[in-house]
Design a protein around this ligand. Sequence first.
Ligand SMILES: CCCCCCC/C=C/C(=O)SCCNC(=O)CCNC(=O)[C@H](O)C(C)(C)COP(=O)(O)OP(=O)(O)OC[C@H]1O[C@@H](n2cnc3c(N)ncnc32)[C@H](O)[C@@H]1OP(=O)(O)O
Length: 279
Amino acid sequence: MPGIRKNEKIRYRAAGPFFIIQLVKPENLNALEGEDYIYLGELLELADKDPNVYFTVLQSSGRFFSSGADFKGIAKAQGDSSVEYASETSKWLSNFVARNVYVTDAFIKHSKVLICCLNGPAIGMSAALVALCDIVYSMNDKVYLLYPFANLGLVTEGGTTVSLPLKFGINTAYEHLMFNKPFKYDTLCESGFISKNFNMPSPSSETFNTAVLDELRSKVEGLYLPSCLGMKKLLQSNHIDSLNKINSMEVNESLKYWVDGEPLRRFSQLGSKQRKHRL
Ligand SMILES: CCCCCCC/C=C/C(=O)SCCNC(=O)CCNC(=O)[C@H](O)C(C)(C)COP(=O)(O)OP(=O)(O)OC[C@H]1O[C@@H](n2cnc3c(N)ncnc32)[C@H](O)[C@@H]1OP(=O)(O)O
């Protein structure tokens, strides 16, 4: 498999029919900067092109799956004087629109079966990517998904305008999005979002990742794997058009919020702990 550049927060490896991507920066709860999200998109492309890969498995480490966009990275993008932009619109087209649309698109069109090993909570853009996965396993009942767009002066992104109503129902999606309310384990289970809870204590994300992979290995034994990809293509066709459409609508709607500056003010409050999410 041809390699791509390395990233200190994200590792990848191929193991038989599985392409494994792991977030490995537990110190900041696996928060990701724009370049890291791009890297995730590039890894998905790598998995897509590998004929021996049938399943792309997302794993993480530590107590969170991912706490979403890194507020330090956002402050960096705002204060970066090494790049001169013609306007605020131009700046956020580069720093937000292009990146966001790219990684979301990589998840929407991914041709291999996307499996998420949810070791803990996921927030924001990372939680949006979890909602684009085909199968989700949880480590225990401490997991939750939070889409804090209303608290951060943003709008739905990463396809969540479509994926959340699809997976939880439109009224539940409204309630959680409008009032910045986490989707807790009970809701994730009742809706069928989580396929299996591995019921492991919190500090054991490595054991959980290994257990999921062992179980997957035995589940795929004897299967004709091209059938899985054929079915993925057919199942994907149910919603791919609306996801593609919303990916573009979401970033264009969001752009004016970035240009006006409200998300920056709120991300900076988050970084200085003046703003918190209600969990
Ligand atoms: C593709 C384009 C990219 C741009 C996308 C832009 C659009 C935005 C998308 C989003 O993802 S919105 C969501 C952003 N994320 C958040 O709002 C979560 C912020 N974090 C928190 O609210 C809390 O940390 C927590 C997740 C509720 C956990 O709280 P807890 O008290 O348990 O731990 P902390 O002490 O707060 O955190 C530990 C450690 O981790 C650092 N950290 C946590 N989250 C982030 C983050 N998002 N960015 C950077 N660093 C983060 C936190 O600062 C602590 O570090 P130290 O202070 O100990 O060094």
